[in-house]
Design a protein around this ligand. Structure first.
Ligand SMILES: Cc1ncc(COP(=O)(O)O)c(C=O)c1O
Length: 390
């Protein structure tokens, strides 16, 4: 890592990485970590990776340089779902099962990286708003690092998220409202209490953890990339991170200029990115009265909306919304046909695939990866309402 750089195209602010950083000091946009990719390319290759540790930290040349706070995150199963694929008319449908991460969601990747850097910079207490899973992951990594963790969550967050965060010893504040209200609470209280904010995109390293999903696909597809990636989008960190990973791989000469089409899947009850996409807009508008069983998608306005949309547009992707009933039906089908117990967010990704296949926008022989971003085990309320109790 060499420095941090503002993500806003017309802001060229550069800041050092050896002091704690949140947003760009000039324009308040997210900061991105930059590396000496020429040097990285000297040692990073598919063959060099073969003997390395079985976690996301195997991509050490392009990860923050600090001793990892790790619980073994990343290297999740990529499952070729042939039976479900046949039903959807696809020969190469894969589920990247992020529910298999520590704390049972992909949030482990981002929080492992964020807590790693926070620890190396001497931070004692991290704080964040969360839709649920990020809070559980933050609490777990903070516990592992011996740090304190303050979490603000909507009071109606799935009960397992509240339970796990408390079990890991976090200070959990339940807020009557949405993640945007929780964000306000953290932002207003952090300075007085000496908390370091690790809110989505307000610190630079959660993206670095999430981008490893892109590196893993590159490794799993043997140096190639899939044709289509479907990403359940709230704050959009994973989508932004994967686009960054593909740019880094190309800059290192490890991948070509071909990009997977990035599909943003959202919930019909909270679809600011889909609405912006349909209007060909570069940024989203706050979504009023957001409601969906896919709690991770209940983000009315993402700080990095312009980066999500640019990732979708620049790859020829799309943004698609699913109703709660559609996503739970898709989850049931995935469970019945493939033995994968998914989060509703993963179901939203499958609904997006169904819609795009029907519209002729995904072809039968294209390789399609849907991210199941969390485990169904964390959504007992949603699953209980879906499966008859007999
Ligand atoms: C299971 C799950 N899927 C998807 C998301 C959305 O992730 P992102 O904020 O990276 O878009 C979340 C966020 O809380 C989540 O918990």
């Amino acid at each position: 890592m060499t420095h941090l750089e503002c993500s806003r195209p017309n802001c060229d602010k550069v800041v050092p990485y050896d002091t704690p950083q949140n947003l760009c000091p000039a324009c308040k946009s997210p900061l991105l970590a930059r590396y000496d990719l020429r040097k990285a390319a000297q040692t990073l290759s598919l063959s060099a990776l073969k003997g390395r540790q079985n976690s996301m930290w195997r991509y050490e040349e392009v990860m923050p340089n600090a001793t990892p706070v790790t619980l073994g995150e990343g290297m999740t199963p990529l499952v070729h779902t042939k039976r479900l694929g046949a039903k959807l008319g696809l020969n190469r449908l894969y589920i990247k099962d992020e529910g298999m991460n520590p704390t049972a969601s992909f949030k482990a990747r981002g929080l492992s990286a964020a807590v790693t850097m926070a620890q190396s910079l001497g931070i004692k207490t991290i704080a964040l708003p969360t839709a649920g899973n990020a809070g559980g992951a933050a609490a777990a990594y903070a516990a592992h690092a011996g740090m304190k963790c303050v979490i603000a969550m909507p009071a109606d967050t799935p009960s397992t998220n509240i339970l796990e965060a408390r079990a890991f010893g976090a200070d959990v504040r339940l807020i009557d409202g949405l993640i945007s209200d929780c964000g306000k609470f953290i932002a207003e209280n952090q300075a007085a209490n000496g908390w370091f904010e690790v809110s989505t995109l307000k610190e630079p390293y959660r993206i670095e953890g999430k981008k490893t999903m892109g590196y893993e696909l590159w490794e799993e597809f043997d140096g190639d990339l899939p044709d289509v990636i479907v990403y359940p989008t709230g704050g959009g960190v994973g989508l932004i991170g994967m686009v960054k990973a593909f740019e880094e791989l190309e800059a290192m000469g490890l991948a070509g200029s071909k990009r997977p089409r990035m599909i943003s899947a959202q919930a019909a009850g909270c679809a600011p990115i889909v609405r912006a996409f349909e209007q060909h807009a570069d940024a989203s508008v706050f979504w009023d009265n957001a409601t969906t069983v896919a709690s991770g998608l209940r983000v009315p306005k993402a700080l990095g909306d312009f980066l999500i949309l640019s990732g979708v547009y620049s790859t020829g992707g799309a943004a698609v919304a699913a109703t709660d009933d559609e996503m739970m039906d898709a989850c049931k089908e995935l469970a019945h046909l493939e033995g994968i117990f998914a989060a509703p967010e993963g179901g939203a990704g499958l609904v997006a695939v169904q819609q795009l296949v029907s519209a002729g926008k995904i072809q039968a022989d294209e390789s399609v990866v849907v991210f199941n971003t969390g485990s169904g085990y964390k959504y007992s309320e949603a699953w209980n309402a879906t499966i008859p109790a007999r």
